[in-house]
Design a protein around this ligand. Structure first.
Ligand SMILES: NC(=O)c1ccc[n+]([C@@H]2O[C@H](COP(=O)([O-])OP(=O)(O)OC[C@H]3O[C@@H](n4cnc5c(N)ncnc54)[C@H](OP(=O)(O)O)[C@@H]3O)[C@@H](O)[C@H]2O)c1
Length: 302
């Protein structure tokens, strides 16, 4: 279901954006350029103070950034949100404040348990931060998932829609923290950051092992996918088939389903169950505390 918002009640509110990474920088700058009163909250010694200064946006240590804030936006990595909440945010919460998340992880898995007197919303732009910022600059609207977890004030829906519009997402998809968390993690693991990438890599390796040059294999199995994705997103599955050559359409439709056999389908269900049960969240929290867990895939271009 899509809906469009039509009012902005943010202009008298101070927004503290915690974190100045991928989403933090994009949302803070978009909010500021939409006329909002924004302050960025950073940890002591953060290299992002320099970045914020260069961007001409006010950045303060987190505790100071929270002073006078009406909205507190958790744009920190999901695995560190709870510790920042416990140490700095929780103790200063007051009635009338709103907590804003860009992913439902901390709330859905109960890593953060805010008091009942604050409002809690989710605004998750469906685009990585860097591209999201570029879209705002060029005036392109980006869709966001919006959910309301606590509406103590009774007014938080208007606020959520106004926030979404101010960051550059006038079109929103209503969801819940649970649905957003589960679907986002599943999509990342099986399609956007996982399964499809592994299929590309395996396809590339198959061609290279058969003697095809790595440049051509990369073009076919990685680079070429972008053009097909553009066709797919613009035209849908059926529309795309009409726009590619008959041999590509026949080859894809006759061979593609052979890759998605029962084992793969069962594994998709297993991955979903691990997310739903909290098993993946527990595993990730443990892993992220022990190592720098940002997994770097071997770059096929090298
Ligand atoms: N990445 C995306 O495009 C995207 C899209 C939709 C939703 N989201 C959601 O948006 C939220 C933020 O994700 P992100 O990818 O933008 O995160 P990110 O880029 O990894 O965030 C980095 C920022 O968080 C700060 N930070 C890291 N650990 C910290 C700690 N322990 N204490 C205080 N500050 C800390 C960093 O500080 P320093 O500057 O000091 O290093 C930096 O400013 C997450 O909930 C994510 O799921 C992200």
């Amino acid at each position: 279901m899509k809906m469009r918002q039509n009012q902005n009640i943010l202009l008298n509110k101070r927004i503290a954006v915690l974190g100045y990474g991928s989403q933090g920088r994009a949302q803070a700058l978009n909010l500021k350029e939409s006329g909002c009163d924004v302050v960025v909250g950073l940890r002591p010694g953060s290299p992002s103070f320099k970045k914020a200064k260069k961007d001409k946006i006010l950045a303060l240590p987190i505790a100071q950034a929270l002073e006078g804030a009406d909205l507190i936006c958790f744009l920190l990595p999901d695995e560190f949100q709870a510790s920042v909440y416990q140490k700095v945010v929780g103790p200063i919460l007051k009635k009338g404040m709103t907590l804003v998340f860009a992913h439902g992880f901390s709330i859905f898995f109960k890593l953060i348990k805010p008091p009942s007197f604050v409002d809690i919303i989710l605004i998750a732009p469906k685009m990585p931060g860097g591209q999201f910022r570029k879209a705002y600059i060029s005036g392109e609207d980006v869709m966001a998932c919006v959910a309301i977890h606590q509406n103590t004030s009774g007014k938080v829906q208007h606020l959520a829609l106004a926030y979404s519009k101010a960051i550059g997402c006038s079109t929103v998809l209503k969801t819940t923290f649970q649905e957003e968390t589960i679907s986002n993690l599943f999509g990342e693991q099986t399609v956007k950051c996982g399964g499809v990438l592994d299929l590309m890599k395996a396809s590339y390796e198959t061609l290279v092992q058969a003697g095809v040059s790595s440049e051509l294999a990369y073009l076919e199995c990685v680079q070429g996918f972008k053009c097909m994705m553009d066709l797919l997103v613009e035209n849908g599955f059926e529309g795309m088939q009409k726009l590619i050559s008959p041999i590509a359409s026949y080859g894809g439709q006759s061979r593609g389903p052979r890759l998605i056999n029962k084992t793969v389908k069962d594994e998709l269900k297993n991955i979903l169950k691990e997310i739903q049960s909290g098993q993946f969240a527990t595993e990730w929290l443990k892993k992220s505390q022990s190592v720098n867990a940002r997994v770097i895939r071997k770059d096929l271009r090298n």
